[in-house]
Design a protein around this ligand. Structure first.
Ligand SMILES: NC(=O)c1ccc[n+]([C@@H]2O[C@H](COP(=O)([O-])OP(=O)(O)OC[C@H]3O[C@@H](n4cnc5c(N)ncnc54)[C@H](O)[C@@H]3O)[C@@H](O)[C@H]2O)c1
Ligand SMILES: O=C(O)C[C@H](O)C(=O)O
Ligand SMILES: [Mg+2]
Length: 603
């Protein structure tokens, strides 16, 4: 049952907290300069004098002790002056400078880094996440200064079980893993794709409050097919073509076994794997390990929430979802993941079989409209293939403009990775949509790969559209005081809650029911008034709030499916007896928040 009564906004919503609560102590096994060089524990000039004595730091720092608040302000001042000084530089130069200053802080003092990130998430997410993270990956070998995360390569075959013990943390909760083969819409970036797990895990800390000492970004370097990188002298990855077939799977298998041997309770998020491995690895591991594929499953929930929002935005009951005509451009991991989840929602609503629920969806890939006449039709796309001629005059491979003109869809949704594919003609054709409020979702990342810009969408498709993009755009000034609202339809609204809810439930697998609960929670988060104003997703400033709700929904689903085994001191029986609100509180209580803890040395 879809419930649209939104839980009242809590104090977490968009507020800035410089808490004065005294945190519990943190045990550290090192002393002196080693602590100053460890970003997990380092407080720089913030070490109090007593701690300097206890930890052998006296004389290693200038004498003045600077408070956390002063350190925070000092960093923000440097950031603001850098922002001012690079204002007239090309976008790529100014955003890379911002990434560098944030990355340097990340490398020296994680507590301060995550505090500035949480408090300024709207400004900093576009730097540490999409779009700038894409640019960082493209330039990674040149930008490299210090390693972050772990690197397992094809040359490490047979060694991974011991290598995993090189990671310094005793416990790891959340791993984001990539093989670098499809980084955003930028293609195969080989080892340089490590920027994506790092950025995703920064969002885990900021949004879900996963303790940064318990996260692990991982690159599985099985080679690259990117010729430019193979020829680049400074390329830091294996200079060999990608492993294929069984050889490839043996590497991923070995890594998964190693992870679960050392950390049986860790959750692994697969990220930015090329199509051919994304579905296959999901099928291979989802019932053996606690894992999910964010591009397939996280994206599907976020898109479904947006699609249901567009029905509400038209002032229609949700059950009208079954009548919406939806054109999906891009038949890859993300596009097919969205269609699969949307079809499940339709068949639940209409009580149909999934096969019967497919008729309202139209799928296009690089060769145009996908029909049953397609040669070598991919089995994953087959359920969505039309009969050629099913829609008057639309043949196999019909192009996007023809499809939009003939179908007059309610929603045009892009997950193709092809920038500007929703061109002026296509957008103008959306004016003839059968919906009074057509929706345009340009979900590909980073910004240059978005199917259209927000400004073009409102200009060509009309001011009454609902618009969402995967990377952020600013709202569009429509004149006369009117604003075209830009939504960010990005899986960041779900993956942190999926990870946190699963972790706190202690479930060993992530089921469809848990993912569906996450999507339903996001879909019901906005009020009718917000949705009717074209606002389908919460502001990123509320990301901790929405993540707590999503986490609790995932936890609830795990309990309902009798998969919850508990976490820490909280056992399955306690979870079972918690009310919904208690679950939300439980999730919130377990979110790490950056404040300096007293450090206690232990040998
Ligand atoms: N907003 C989000 O949360 C989110 C989540 C996941 C993926 N994405 C974005 O979606 C894009 C695709 O990701 P993916 O994992 O599905 O990639 P993929 O490589 O698996 O699939 C890409 C698909 O696009 C199709 N395509 C290519 N050129 C096309 C064209 N000219 N016309 C129509 N279709 C075309 C391909 O045939 C393929 O089916 C990427 O840019 C990624 O950044 C966004
Ligand atoms: O990384 C993102 O911003 C979303 C998504 O996972 C993508 O691959 O584009
Ligand atoms: Mg991704």
């Amino acid at each position: 049952m879809w419930n649209f009564a939104r839980i009242a906004a809590s104090s977490l919503r968009g507020t800035r907290r410089l808490s004065t609560a005294i945190p519990g102590p943190c045990i550290v096994h090192k002393r002196g300069a080693d602590i100053l060089h460890d970003p997990w524990f380092n407080k720089d000039t913030g070490f109090p004098l007593t701690e300097r004595d206890r930890l052998g730091l006296r004389g290693l720092l200038p004498p003045r002790v600077i408070s956390f608040e002063q350190q925070y302000e000092r960093f923000m001042q440097s950031y603001r002056s850098l922002e001012k000084n690079t204002r007239n530089e090309p976008e790529s130069i100014s955003s890379l400078s911002k990434w560098r200053i944030l990355n340097r802080l990340h490398d020296r003092n994680e507590t301060l880094y995550y505090r500035v990130l949480i408090d300024n998430i709207k400004d900093f997410a576009p730097i540490i996440y999409t779009p700038t993270v894409g640019l960082v990956c493209q330039n990674y070998s040149g930008l490299f200064r210090r390693p972050r995360g772990m690197y397992f390569s094809a040359k490490d075959k047979g060694e991974m079980m011991s290598m995993i013990y090189n990671w310094p943390a005793q416990q790891v909760d959340m791993i984001v893993l990539t093989d670098g083969s499809r980084i955003l819409g930028l293609g195969d970036l080989g080892v340089q794709g490590i920027g994506i797990p790092i950025g995703k895990l920064d969002m885990y800390v900021a949004a879900a409050g996963i303790n940064p000492q318990r996260i692990l970004p991982v690159m599985l370097d099985v080679g690259t097919n990117n010729q430019k990188l193979l020829e680049d002298r400074l390329y830091l990855g294996l200079r060999q073509p990608r492993l294929e077939g069984e050889e490839y799977l043996e590497i991923v298998d070995e890594f998964m076994e190693a992870v679960y041997t050392r950390w049986p309770k860790a959750i692994v998020q697969f990220e930015d794997f090329q199509f051919k491995w994304a579905f296959e690895t999901l099928q291979r591991y989802r019932t053996r390990f606690c894992m999910f594929n964010d591009d397939i499953q996280g994206t599907a929930g976020v898109a479904l929430a947006g699609l249901l929002g567009t029905v509400r935005a038209q002032g229609r009951p949700l059950t009208d979802f079954v009548k919406q005509k939806i054109v999906v451009v891009g038949a890859g991991s993300a596009g097919l993941g969205v269609l699969k989840q949307a079809v499940q929602a339709v068949s639940r609503m209409a009580g149909n079989s999934e096969a019967a629920a497919n008729s309202q969806f139209y799928l296009l890939d690089k060769d145009g409209l996908v029909t049953k006449a397609r040669k070598n039709l991919d089995p994953a796309a087959a359920p969505f293939a039309k009969d050629p001629g099913e829609i008057d005059g639309l043949a196999e491979g019909a192009n996007l403009l023809e499809v939009v003109k003939k179908v007059r869809p309610h929603v045009l949704l892009g997950l193709s990775g092809v920038g500007s594919i929703f061109n002026e003609e296509v957008l103008k054709a959306m004016r003839e949509s059968d919906s009074p409020k057509p929706a345009i979702f340009a979900m590909s990342n980073p910004t240059n790969n978005a199917e259209c810009t927000a400004a073009d969408a409102f200009k060509h498709a009309g001011e009454n559209i609902v618009f969402a993009s995967g990377s952020p755009f600013t709202n569009v000034d429509l004149g006369n005081g009117k604003v075209g609202h830009v939504n960010q339809a990005n899986n960041m609204y779900l993956f942190p809650g999926i990870g946190l809810g699963t972790l706190l439930s202690g479930a060993h697998f992530i089921t469809d029911g848990m993912l569906q609960a996450a999507a339903e929670c996001l879909a019901s988060y906005m009020t009718d008034e917000e949705v009717q104003n074209g606002i389908l997703y919460p502001s990123i400033n509320s990301i901790r709030h929405i993540t707590a709700e999503v986490g609790a929904a995932v936890l609830q689903a795990a309990v309902a499916e009798e998969l919850a085994e508990g976490h820490g001191d909280i056992g399955p029986r306690e979870l079972m007896h918690m009310s919904k609100e208690e679950k939300v509180q439980y999730v919130r209580r377990n979110m790490w928040y950056p404040i300096y803890s007293p450090l206690v040395h232990e040998k």
